[in-house]
Design a protein around this ligand. Structure first.
Ligand code: XIL
Length: 382
């Protein structure tokens, strides 16, 4: 009787062991010389980051977290530190997820990015309604002091101001700009962040920064901050790109122009859409909506997986992008992907909801794609 139970238990144990090993070996192969990681391959060049969603921060998505630990050495919270999440009411902050996020980064010795302090989008409604400039300055001050202060010495880099410029480089007419009457709110935000944590790296982050007119706007902004003695360390080029554009030359010209100002450049939100654009979409402004295309199969050509030829196109595009990054590695601090795997990417629901996009280096099962190998091989040629 006992023997039978023992045999049964033993078999169950073996099965559990077997199942576990099998699952892990399918999802994330351990690093070896034959199977190197992104973070170690590029360790002498720049940091390799990923944006984390809430489930990943909570370590509920165990397979993605295993991949994160193997491949990446920097993290950015995809949504959980945005104003509407972290400061939802005038006198209340919500730090539960942000605390877990920072703890996860520390536990794994990762570079930790805070995203983002002042942004017109995903702003708490109460802040959107402020109309008095003195009050607005007070609220910005409380927001930055409380959040940056809480994570002082623990968050390495802050996206201080996000998307403050129009496509032609002029100031965006956000509520911040309108109420404060000028771009002084940007200066205020950088000054406050520098004071709250003098060691943190401070970033101006925006999309379409490869565009010559927008590039000129950033150059103007950074020069103004520098003239006023305000600390800014880095320009963050988001990098929501496609198979066709922007051109490598436009990206390169921006890297050079920003570096000439004496600041670093980071690619903070890299993804390459594999799907057709229904528009001549200008950038990644998340207000744009294209509901009329939902369910249109022409707009969703790879609902199951990429064709071999699309896979190759994506791999070639990533290879060209990373060749450029390596050429300018002295100017580039970090390359962060906007997500760990294709399944989590915001491009599945933006700008058209309900599509199946494939913009990252890992597929929905956390398996490396051809694009992953095309990037890695740049550093691991025999
Ligand atoms: C996106 C997130 O990925 C989505 O989950 C969310 O619904 C909208 O915002 N620029 C930014 C990022 O700076 O914070 C945005 O992230 C993408 C565009």
């Amino acid at each position: 009787m006992f023997k039978k139970i023992n045999i049964a238990l033993f078999s169950l144990f073996i099965c559990l062991l077997g199942c576990k090993t099998k699952k892990e070996s399918v999802a994330v192969k351990p690093e070896t010389t034959q199977n190197p990681s992104l973070k170690n391959s590029f360790k002498d060049d720049f940091l390799i980051g990923a944006a984390l969603n809430t489930n990943q921060i909570k370590e509920l998505d165990t397979s993605a977290v295993a991949l994160l630990k193997k491949e990446f050495n920097s993290i950015t919270p995809e949504n959980d530190m945005k104003w509407e999440q972290i400061h939802p009411a005038i006198d209340s902050f919500y730090f539960d997820i942000a605390d877990k996020y920072v703890a996860l980064g520390e536990k794994n010795n990762m570079h930790i990015v805070g995203h983002t302090l002042v942004w017109h989008s995903q702003l708490a409604p109460w802040m959107q309604e402020v109309t008095d400039s003195t009050l607005m300055a007070k609220y910005i001050e409380n927001h930055i002091n409380t959040i940056v202060g809480r994570y002082k010495g623990r968050i390495n880099t802050w996206d201080v101001v996000n998307e403050a410029l129009n496509e032609d480089g002029t100031p965006r007419e956000s509520n911040f700009y309108k109420v404060m009457g000028s771009e002084k709110y940007i200066e205020l935000a950088f000054k406050l962040a520098a004071k709250a944590d003098p060691d943190a790296k401070l970033v101006y982050n925006d999309y379409n920064l490869w565009k010559p007119e927008k590039r000129a706007g950033v150059v103007r902004l950074v020069k103004q901050l520098q003239k006023d003695g305000v600390k800014i360390d880095c320009v963050g080029m988001q990098g929501h790109w496609s198979l066709k554009g922007p051109s490598i030359e436009d990206i390169e010209n921006s890297i050079i122009a920003y570096a000439e100002l004496g600041v670093k450049v980071s690619f903070t939100e890299l993804d390459v859409t594999a799907l057709p654009n229904p528009w001549d979409l200008n950038g990644a402004a998340i207000e744009q909506s294209y509901e009329k295309y939902e369910g249109d199969p022409v707009m969703n050509p790879y609902p199951v997986k990429l064709t071999d030829s699309a896979q190759t196109q994506l791999a070639n595009r990533y290879e060209a992008i990373f060749k450029l990054f390596l050429k300018h590695k002295d100017k580039i601090e970090r390359v962060t992907f906007w997500g760990i795997n294709d399944g989590q990417s915001w491009l599945n629901y933006w700008p058209i909801n309900g599509r199946t996009n494939h913009p990252l280096l890992f597929d929905r099962k956390n398996k490396p794609k051809k694009a992953y190998h095309s990037v890695l091989v740049l550093k691991n040629k025999n």
